[in-house]
Design a protein around this ligand. Structure first.
Ligand SMILES: [Mg+2]
Length: 326
């Protein structure tokens, strides 16, 4: 079976609520943009992948059409055992374009599509190609937007609890809302704080120490720049809290650097960014070897979300410490 073509598709789903209240650079976010990767074969089988795009779908789409498609078109479709070598060769061929960001997002999309093709060729779901599922339900947490005012944060936490969520993630960068959230949800409910990389080391350590009484499970991406693993490790050690990172990291090699520095308690690979299912599996193996917990980042829906759910079904993690992250 040969790959006859690789095509990227940009899907745009406008938000019902209008433009989102935050901005990414100069772009207002008024829709969910996703880029799907369609891999067709000469036998008629088709696999679908998912490449991270967020506010740059046309860039990701171009990367797939210009960089990825010529690498894959005409090649024999690899079976499960052959996917890692197939993808490694493509990573080698494209390394001059960088091993981070758009290039790896595009590579991730192809990888997920090849795994999808493998499931169709074998007639088995992804989890069955990889092992034995250990659970049928994956718990979700409420991921709140950055709100700011402690009383409003407490109110949103109570609403989420009323909706049945049993874990909360905040996106706050000051400590008062963290304490307000803990007060609202009580003890025993996992509380996570995602900062999205704003702080220097000293400020992040102070933030962690001030948050300690609210017992967050972890601080997610507290420092700028995110690849400063030495500072991240210092925040983890001196701040006295768990630290999660990795949703923007690519390849197992960057995760190894992160873990070598003892920077994280929780690793957060994303199948649509890290290099696909193949690199994700390498990160999981490394995390298990190092005793680092897993809290993968996940797309909101599509092949990336489905792949993440299959991958999480293979782990016997009933606690949300290993839930998905956004
Ligand atoms: Mg995050």
């Amino acid at each position: 079976m040969k790959i006859s073509d690789v095509r990227a598709h940009h899907i745009r789903i406008p938000y019902d609520a209008g433009v989102a209240s935050f901005r990414q650079g100069a772009s207002s976010i008024a829709a969910l943009d996703i880029v799907l990767v369609e891999v067709t074969t000469d036998t008629g089988l088709t696999g679908w992948g998912d490449a991270f795009s967020y506010v740059c779908p046309r860039t990701t789409l171009s990367a797939i059409n210009e960089m990825i498609a010529p690498q894959a078109r005409g090649q024999e479709v690899p079976d499960v055992a052959g996917i890692p070598a197939f993808m490694e060769q493509i990573q080698r061929n494209l390394h001059l374009f960088g091993r981070y960001g758009i290039t790896m997002f595009a590579i991730s999309g192809l990888d997920i599509a090849l795994w999808d093709l493998a499931t169709r060729a074998e007639g088995k779901p992804l989890h069955a190609l990889l092992g034995t599922p250990k659970r049928e339900r994956i718990p979700a947490y409420a991921s709140l937007l950055r709100i700011g005012a402690p009383d409003l944060v407490a109110g949103e936490c109570s609403t989420a609890m009323g909706q049945g969520y049993r874990a909360i993630k905040l996106h706050e960068t000051t400590t008062a809302p963290v304490h307000a959230a803990r007060q609202a949800i009580g003890d025993g409910i996992p509380l996570m704080v995602d900062l999205n990389c704003p702080l220097d080391g000293a400020t992040a350590i102070a933030f962690a120490q001030t948050c300690r009484e609210a017992k967050p499970l972890f601080l997610e991406e507290p420092v700028w720049p995110p690849e400063d693993f030495a500072t991240l490790a210092r925040v983890r050690k001196e701040g006295g809290l768990g630290v999660a990172a990795g949703e923007n990291a690519c390849t197992v090699h960057q995760f190894r650097q992160m873990m070598d520095a003892s920077a994280v308690s929780h690793a957060q690979p994303s199948v649509t960014k890290v290099g696909g299912i193949t690199e994700y599996l390498k990160v999981v193996a490394l995390a298990d070897e190092r005793g680092v917990r897993l809290a993968p980042h996940s797309p909101k829906f599509g092949p990336g979300l489905l792949a993440t759910l299959h991958l999480l079904s293979l782990r016997d993690d009933s606690h949300l410490r290993r839930g998905c992250s956004t």
